[in-house]
Design a protein. Structure first.
Length: 94
């Protein structure tokens, strides 16, 4: 399973759409930095059934922790590292 890391919001970048176009069932999507802004209204067809995570520290920094899509899982830095260890390869969409 691949880990896809996205740091740009959907409103200004095509990274999420590009990622979803090639992601496979079982892959993991992690939103970091400004990418967590997409967690507020993550309206994409998750036909590949990706598990989606957002970095808690970045959600807090942007004051949106309590306003994210209910299907988004929240991880801290330890969880970020665990996702990197458990999923191979890691693809950064920067």
């Amino acid at each position: 399973m691949a880990l896809h890391i996205i740091n740009h919001p959907r409103s200004t970048h095509t990274a999420i759409d590009d990622c979803l176009a090639i992601a496979r069932k079982g892959d993991v999507l992690l939103l970091i930095e400004d990418g967590v802004l997409s967690a507020q209204s993550l309206h994409f067809k998750n036909e590949n059934k990706l598990k989606v995570f957002a970095l808690k520290e970045d959600l807090l920094r942007r004051d949106i922790l309590n306003n994210i899509n209910k299907d988004i899982n929240i991880v801290d830095y330890s969880g970020f590292v665990e996702l990197c260890v458990l999923n191979n390869p890691t693809v950064s969409w920067f």
